[in-house]
Design a protein around this ligand. Structure first.
Ligand code: SF4
Length: 439
């Protein structure tokens, strides 16, 4: 791939983008693969960003040189590779491979299975636009999976998709209503988020528009703070009361507990199981959009690659691993990352940033400045929001999922596995990339 590094990104956009402007929104396409390295960072490299755009357009990984599997961080997922079987032992391409996962392993209550090990992570109305929420909702329905509306409730336009909505109960209790809990197949308690553990949630006044404030029962244009922690929960028994509250309001709902990754995250997971939750959602560092401070993202929570095996091992030693679903998020960018975190002990993943990148996010970190995202993603500005047509957005997210599903099946075949459930906790199927290179 050629990169003329002396050109600025603006020059590239002017030269390469003409003909790809859609209502003023830059639609990136595969003939733009020579965008300079100015885009991205070591984790989300320009190649990863551009290859995500490509997958969102084509529903398959690029085949013209873009690195779509790993970033350049020289740590975590980027130094892991798979311990492929010799070609003669790999499963033929014609072999059916099952990538569905159940979300309730407790043996009681509603059984829910999603056809791929992915659902969409919490992004609230206010942090993102209604159009982006609708894009995620339509894609979740198409794939028969879920997406979380984060805290703050959701607009009426999402009601047709309520069977695919995970609603969130967070410390600010914004938008928590009896009817939204009664509608929800899954209710998520957000105890903390990996991008900014201990810092709570924030919505700047500029984004708290009249409609956002109405749903949150707050004052328009006033900043909102969802404080850390839940002051009603200081023990497993308190936690149990929370779960009982949800089960009383909606006995059918599965309960997910979203936590960040402190050093005792394994104890937190076991406590959540005995409190009655169905899913423990571990949110490691490096996730989050431009709304999370960089210093928090890089320095507080444990990376998800460490947290997941720690939790998996402890749940196994407590003999409850096969009754509890472990979902992972926080810096999972690619199909390879998904397969690696499952091999490290997760059942599936919760995606957030990749979906925004599929919609055109450049990782510019302007989500919380002024009117919000210039591409109409993390904004509530009525004009900017119009840059995203929900049907177009849904198609891009859906295509990204399609590409992930394709790649996951291929990875499993090369590892000789016919089901993604067989990959859970198989650390032996991962190798340190550098040791392979020097071997
Ligand atoms: S492109 Fe938009 S969503 Fe992405 S980081 Fe920038 S402001 Fe945030």
């Amino acid at each position: 791939m050629s990169k003329e590094d002396n050109k600025t990104i603006e020059q590239y956009i002017v030269e390469k983008h003409s003909g790809h402007l859609r209502d003023g929104f830059h639609v990136w396409s595969h003939d733009m693969i020579d965008v300079p390295r100015a885009l991205g960072d070591f984790r989300w490299t320009s190649d990863l960003i551009l290859s995500t755009y490509y997958q969102a357009e084509h529903g398959m990984p690029p085949d013209h040189g873009l690195e779509y599997r790993i970033g350049a961080s020289e740590g975590g997922f980027d130094v892991l590779d798979f311990n492929w079987l010799p070609e003669s032992d790999q499963l033929p391409k014609s072999t059916e491979v099952d990538i569905a996962i159940p979300l309730n392993l407790r043996g009681e209550g509603k059984e829910i299975t999603i056809p791929l090990p992915i659902y969409g992570g919490g992004m609230s109305y206010g942090s993102i636009s209604e159009q982006v929420m609708l894009s995620r909702a339509i894609a979740a329905k198409e794939w028969d999976t879920f997406f979380s509306t984060g805290e703050g409730g959701y607009p009426q336009s999402l009601l047709p998709y309520k069977d695919h909505i995970i609603t969130q109960v967070a410390t600010g209790m914004f938008g928590v209503r009896e009817e939204t809990i009664q509608y929800a197949p899954i209710v998520e308690f957000k105890y903390a988020q990996g991008a900014k553990p201990g810092l709570g949630g924030h919505l700047l006044g500029d984004k708290a528009t009249t409609t956002v404030a109405q749903l949150r029962e707050s004052v328009p244009w006033v900043s909102l703070f969802s404080p850390f922690p839940f002051h009603s929960v200081y023990s497993v028994e308190d936690h149990r009361k929370h779960v009982d509250w949800i089960k009383t309001t909606n006995p059918e709902a599965l309960v997910s507990v979203k936590v960040s990754t402190p050093t005792d995250v394994d104890m937190v997971a076991v406590g959540s199981f005995y409190a009655g939750a169905n899913i423990i959602h571990l949110d490691g560092s490096y996730g989050g959009t431009g709304a999370a401070p960089e210093i928090a993202k890089k320095n507080i929570a444990m990376p998800i690659e460490f947290a997941v095996p720690k939790v998996h091992k402890y749940l196994v030693s407590e003999n409850i691993r096969d009754q509890f679903v472990v979902m992972a998020s926080g810096g999972i960018r690619t199909a390879d990352d998904i397969a690696k975190i499952i091999a490290l002990g997760a059942d599936g993943v919760v995606m957030g940033t990749s979906e925004l990148v599929a919609l055109g996010c450049t990782r510019c970190s302007n989500c919380e400045r002024g009117r919000g995202c210039p591409f109409g993603l993390t904004t509530t500005d009525p004009l900017l929001s119009q840059f995203v047509d929900p049907l177009w957005g849904a198609q891009r997210i859906s295509n990204l999922y399609k590409s992930y599903a394709l790649q996951l099946r291929s990875i499993l075949r090369k590892l000789g596995l016919s089901s993604i459930r067989q990959l859970v906790g198989r650390k032996d199927l991962l190798v340190y990339r550098k040791s392979r290179e020097t071997a």
